[in-house]
Design a binder for this molecule. Sequence first.
Ligand code: HH2
Length: 292
Amino acid sequence: MIGAGAAQREHVLRFGSPLPGGRAELRWRGPALMGIVNVTPDSFSDGGLRFDPARAVADGIRMHEQGALVVDVGGESTRPGAPTVPADEERRRVEPVVAALAEAGVVVSIDSRKPEVVEAALGEGARIVNDVGGLQLPRMRQLAAAAGAPAVIMHMQGEPATMQTAPSYADVVAEVGGFLRGAAARALEAGVPDVLLDPGIGFGKSVAHNLALLRRLDELVAGDRPVLVGASRKATIGHLAGEPDPARRLPGTLALHLHAAAAGAAMLRVHDVAEHAQALAVWSALVGGGDA
Ligand code: HH2
């Protein structure tokens, strides 16, 4: 049956210390959801909505209740052209939100490129490091290793401020895959307990580059580490569907993410958790082969 293997495939993410409940791993079948909580005034699709910490916490808990396995908290927009945020300001944004979500029993990932911010968030109870910088800084690897936190390793060509100016690859699939495998090996060698690999949709990539990575996602999935895909509301969807407003890109996002699910992605990073949970429930029932 089409996609059956992907819907039933078991994924494991190992931690260096126990999670609430006592086990030092997360284990799930088919694609899990990572809910996005941007505590920012300027994120590309929900800018300002969750800049208020109380709102960010309430929405993170709601995403958890709607079925997000992980809630990803970030305090700096990395949209193309975004300015960098000073570390102390980024800390001020994320710390109270991470602390409250962790206290509520949510598995929190910290979405940051800055060691100071990651260190503070781990101190407040974040359990996963999500570094769009690909864990290239030795300090990032040390922090994740010391905290027993698995890491999302993402590929980005260049820096957010300029990455969409002229992205260029000889073979985008080979280059991104090679980078991720090398970065994963370095992280595991440094003592990071586990890694998820993320091709970084929209991070220094043209629409054609993103399409190539998604069409050949099975090649990345064929490796031995779980793969995360985050295309939620991104410009590629706007381009393919002719929709300039990110808030109106949910249908295209679902189509793209179901494609990634069928290719074997282990986790999808999404703004709309309930809608993805519904789409995945129907998709898994169709391809999974069990009774409804
Ligand atoms: N995309 C964004 C931010 N963090 N992390 C991972 N691992 N993968 C991604 O694709 C990814 C990410 C950008 O999306 P968003 O957080 O919605 O917007 P902004 O950066 O403007 O806050």
